[in-house]
Design a protein around this ligand. Structure first.
Ligand SMILES: NC(=O)c1ccc[n+]([C@@H]2O[C@H](COP(=O)([O-])OP(=O)(O)OC[C@H]3O[C@@H](n4cnc5c(N)ncnc54)[C@H](OP(=O)(O)O)[C@@H]3O)[C@@H](O)[C@H]2O)c1
Length: 242
């Protein structure tokens, strides 16, 4: 089955984690994939021979340049993001602004400049977070930025509907990637922190990159043609728990 056959898809954060797993799956399912991230070597390790663009997605001029050279697109999976932990009181303004830049300004600029490059019938998937739906005590700036991503998906779904372009956000719970490894490494009790992360969802485990990639592939394919403006949790059921 090649549900993405013939599509040209752009993936940000494609040098690791969810973006890398998704880019590989999209290619397996028939897509031509354009890889975007900050480190060229990591992008090249994701897929040999793919077009790689090493840019910071929060850099206005760099994203504008990317849009000038980008071919017409059938879709984008905007997975680039960063996590810094901290409460509102403990987070310095610079960290708050870094979280907004890495998680919200980036996808905003990608939509602003690359929107005109999207073909009629295209699909865009943004990556939010389940901790932008329910609060946890130590990730305030990140969660606030990701909540903005959820609303960005809804606004774009309305704006692009006349061109039959869809936009959805996914809201993952903890997935076993470098981002979660860094969080565990920073914890004074990594094993307890891992157990805590697993215990907050009824399925009692972390998610897998492949599971998120499969959801993104579905949302970028024509199989999901009537899904737009949605924020879809993929979190082992954590959002269902009171
Ligand atoms: N893992 C989870 O548990 C989880 C849960 C919910 C949501 N998410 C979200 O899922 C997305 C993917 O995260 P991940 O877990 O796969 O983490 P990851 O392995 O750390 O991947 C993040 C990617 O984003 C890229 N990136 C970061 N800042 C960038 C910038 N300013 N410009 C361009 N690229 C940038 C990084 O590229 P470089 O390394 O080249 O900078 C990296 O490839 C993120 O948006 C994250 O917030 C993750």
């Amino acid at each position: 089955m090649k549900p993405l056959l013939g599509k040209t898809l752009l993936v940000t954060g494609a040098g690791s984690g969810l973006g890398r797993a998704a880019a590989r799956l999209f290619q397996e399912r028939g897509a031509q994939v354009i890889l975007v991230g900050r480190r060229l070597e990591s992008l090249q390790d994701t897929l040999q021979g793919a077009t790689c663009m090493a840019i910071d997605h929060s850099d206005d001029a760099a994203v504008a340049d990317l849009a000038r050279t980008c071919p017409p697109l059938d879709g984008m999976f905007l997975a680039a993001g960063q996590l810094r932990t901290g409460t509102v009181e403990s987070t310095p303004l610079a960290d708050f602004e870094a979280m907004l830049a890495a998680n919200l300004r980036g996808p905003w600029l990608m939509a602003h400049y690359l929107g005109p490059r999207l073909k009629e019938g295209a699909s865009v998937v943004l990556v939010g977070s389940n901790i932008a739906l329910r609060a946890i005590p130590d990730s305030a700036a990140y969660s606030v930025a990701k909540a903005g991503v959820h609303m960005l998906a809804k606004a774009l779904a309305l704006e692009w509907a006349p061109r039959r372009i869809r936009c959805n956000a996914i809201a993952p719970g903890p997935i076993h990637t470098a981002m979660v490894d860094a969080r565990l490494a920073a914890s004074p009790q990594p094993e307890e922190e891992l157990a805590r992360l697993m215990s907050v969802n009824p399925l009692m485990r972390l998610g897998k990159e492949s599971e998120v990639a499969a959801l993104a592939a579905h949302l970028l394919s024509d199989e999901s043609a009537w899904t737009t403006g949605a924020v879809i949790t993929i979190d082992g059921g954590a959002d269902a728990v009171y």
